[in-house]
Design a protein around this ligand. Structure first.
Ligand code: BTN
Length: 244
């Protein structure tokens, strides 16, 4: 199935997301861009995504679901985080989600997801859904990531290496299995699966929303995938941010 998909395999690229955005016009819906190495990988809030070698995953999926933007597209990162948890769990490992879409194993980040909406003027052109997965990394390299604790699937499995092609196959198969259904139902399709892996719920959290810090008890993830915080008996809803 991986071989029969629309896939662009690149040796080295600045960023698979950038490549997908630059070539969006000519790339068909559901094209997968996969690179062996990434020289300028980018993360959420303009952070960098470090390249820890070619046995890790750097990938973007071009999605052109319709002519018009629909707000459920903002939940595609949460859909992918659930898909990735399912795949990791096939390896016998428990995975968790830190709102909105970080995938963690044992409290350490194993993957990051970045979705970008491409517009031309006021016209919606598509989505670029990028994912970086630490599949086969060295502990010494992971320690160079300073902003958060990171891990890798091979390390969690205590094995030399995880087969990258097999992992990618499983991931893409899982992703496209319910993708059409997701486009119809949005976050409600995955809410229960998401909640069952949400490691922050009912805990006191601090969330950075650009330069603002919001604190409270993480009460819920509502039907739109937003974080419901409670502070001083008042509830407020966050649509984006980063749990510290
Ligand atoms: C994050 O956790 O902040 C998101 C990181 C997303 C990284 C991936 S790697 C493939 C794709 N290309 C990029 O430049 N970024 C995403």
């Amino acid at each position: 199935m991986w071989e029969s998909m629309n896939i662009v395999r690149l040796d080295v690229v600045d960023s698979t997301n950038l490549y997908a955005k630059e070539n969006l016009q000519t790339l068909p819906d559901r094209t997968v861009i996969s690179a062996e190495r990434q020289t300028s990988g980018r993360g959420r809030f303009d952070r960098t995504w470090v390249d820890l070698g070619d046995s890790n995953i750097f990938m973007s999926i071009v999605l052109k679901p319709s002519q018009n933007f629909d707000c459920i597209y903002t939940n595609i990162t949460q859909y992918l985080s659930v898909v990735l948890c399912n795949v990791i769990e096939q390896y016998g490992i428990t995975a968790e989600i830190k709102w909105p879409n970080d995938v963690l194993v044992g409290g350490k980040k194993i993957a990051g997801i970045l979705s970008e909406t491409v517009m031309q003027g006021s016209n919606f052109k598509g989505l670029v859904l990028g994912i970086g997965i630490n599949l086969n990394s060295k502990i010494s390299d992971l320690k160079t990531i300073k902003d958060k604790d990171a891990t890798s699937l091979n390390i969690e499995l205590s094995i030399e290496s995880v087969n990258k092609e097999k992992f990618l196959n499983k991931l893409l198969e899982e992703f496209f299995k319910n993708y059409d259904e997701f486009l119809k139902k949005g976050f409600t399709l995955i809410r229960n699966e998401y909640l069952s892996r949400a490691c922050f719920l009912n805990k006191e959290v601090s969330v950075m929303v650009f330069n603002n810090r919001k604190s409270g008890i993480a009460k819920d993830i509502n039907a739109s995938g937003e974080l419901v915080l409670e502070n001083d008996k008042k509830e407020f809803v966050l649509t984006m941010g980063d749990i510290l």
